[in-house]
Design a protein around this ligand. Structure first.
Ligand SMILES: O=C(O)C1=C[C@@H](OP(=O)(O)O)[C@@H](O)[C@H](O)C1
Ligand SMILES: C=C(OP(=O)(O)O)C(=O)O
Length: 431
């Protein structure tokens, strides 16, 4: 993919459905009785991996490519059946970690595998708490890495109170899902609140879930009932268009129907503090998964300090925030974000290496990066490392740079945003 400087981006459009909510709609729909109707399901490769895993465990899912309405014919907590061979989660950490929690409660053995990136990501963070609950879950190569083997728990699962070192919705969700199969309540306390889509959706489907500060608690043995789920647009996908709209002179973009759940909207709060012209219109669904339309206009940005409890609310947006910081006045400091090192790529190293090669003044730290804004960027060859967020961040950087930015392995955007380049084109980015 070759990207050059854009003149302006204009128009109104919708980004595809939220990845986190799409995964959960299939998983929890499968564990419910009755049909779950999902609209605006994300047809990205990660969510299609989730569909494929649950189909292989006997769940009937009506999905045809090109139609984002999906019907999941649930069979209840104990309705999954043993798959032939290994379950393949592809590139999706969410699928592997959340399914680990579900599979621990089953009466058949399963093996979970995924692509080369997944096989490098830490699974010890779910293996440890699930083992404390009585699960038999093992890393085949050792070292807490996938493939994993999940064997039925000899003495069943027990409720625990787990204090997590990381603010991770995947860890929290895996434990809460195993908690559905435990003999007593299960709770998870995290250092900061991570995205709460699991708590919201399970509660709507009938589980006894409660939340107090940074602790989520679930009672076992719920009778979940199928639901209608309207997936809002993914704020993590909207982030690239927010960035392009703010930074390409003359731009004005209306991004309709974006999820603005307060555990996900950190990017909006940070950008407003940086001086961005962002208006959130038509706010709705504030009692569950809030959504709104985001109006973005070109703005001059100031630097920001980003850390602490903000980090989980914008973790996947940090690569594109780093791009924006290159154009902000002053020094942006991002800290408490060591989690970036264990995503699809080491996102601290990959951002610092690639932005430096474009001429940015950026330094990696142990848990984030320091970016001194104001240096012009020039296009160069960028290796996305097959990481969708890196490819999309550098497509935005390319729109703001001199010369040509060539993104290698650019098609990995299909993981979370299949029509990404087409949507940029429609708004005039490649004119
Ligand atoms: O639960 C989820 O749907 C996700 C949680 C986050 O990961 P962690 O839980 O590892 O922080 C996020 O980075 C990922 O894209 C999706
Ligand atoms: C980290 C991500 O996803 P996952 O952990 O599900 O692979 C992401 O989409 O940026």
């Amino acid at each position: 993919m070759i990207v050059t400087r854009a003149k302006s981006l204009k128009g109104s459009f919708q980004v595809p459905g939220d990845k986190s909510i799409s995964h959960r709609s299939v998983m929890f729909g499968a564990l419910s009785m009755g049909t779950t109707e999902v609209t605006n399901f994300l047809e990205g490769a990660d969510c299609l991996s989730t569909i494929s895993c649950f189909r292989r465990m006997g769940i009937h899912i009506d999905y045809t490519p090109g139609n984002s309405t999906v019907l999941v014919r649930g069979k209840g907590l104990y309705g999954l059946t043993r798959p032939e061979g290994m379950l393949d989660v592809g590139n999706s950490g969410t699928t592997m970690r959340l399914m680990s929690g579900i599979l621990c409660g089953q009466t058949f053995q399963t093996q979970l595998t995924g692509d080369s990136s997944i096989q490098k990501r830490p699974m010890g963070r779910v293996i440890d708490p699930l083992t404390q609950m009585g699960a038999d879950i093992k890393s085949l190569p050792g070292g807490g890495l996938a493939p994993l083997t999940v064997t039925p728990a000899k003495e069943g699962l027990h409720g625990i109170h787990y204090i997590s070192k990381v603010a991770s919705a995947q860890v929290k969700s895996a434990i809460l899902l195993a908690g559905l199969y435990a003999d007593s309540p299960t709770s998870v306390t995290e250092p900061y609140v991570s995205r709460n889509h699991t708590e919201i959706m399970l509660k709507r489907m009938g589980a006894d879930v409660s939340v107090s500060n940074t602790t989520a608690i679930i009672a076992p043995d719920a009778r979940l009932t199928g639901d209608r789920i309207e997936v809002p647009g993914d704020i993590s996908s909207a982030a690239y268009f927010i960035a392009a709209g703010l930074l390409v002179p003359g731009s004005e973009i209306l991004i309709k129907n974006v999820g603005i759940n307060p555990t996900r909207d950190g990017i909006l709060r940070v950008l407003k503090a940086m001086g961005a012209s962002l208006e959130i219109l038509n706010i709705r669904n504030t009692d569950s998964e809030a959504a709104g339309d985001i109006l973005v206009r070109h703005s001059n940005l100031k630097a920001a300090e980003i850390g602490g409890d903000l980090i989980p609310t914008l973790i996947d947006e940090i690569p594109v925030i780093a791009v924006m910081a290159c154009f902000a006045e002053g020094t942006t400091v991002i800290c408490d974000a060591a989690e970036l090192k264990v995503k699809e790529s080491n996102r601290i190293d990959v951002m610092v290496k690639n932005l430096s090669s474009m001429g940015a003044d950026i330094t990696a730290t142990e848990d984030g990066m320091i970016i001194r804004g104001g240096k012009p960027l020039r296009g160069t060859l960028i290796d996305s490392m097959e990481d969708h967020r890196i490819a999309m961040s550098f497509a935005v950087a390319g729109l703001l740079s001199d010369g040509e930015t060539t993104i290698q392995n650019a098609s990995c955007v299909n993981i979370s945003y299949p029509g990404f380049y087409q949507d940029l084109d429609r708004l005039g980015a490649f004119k």
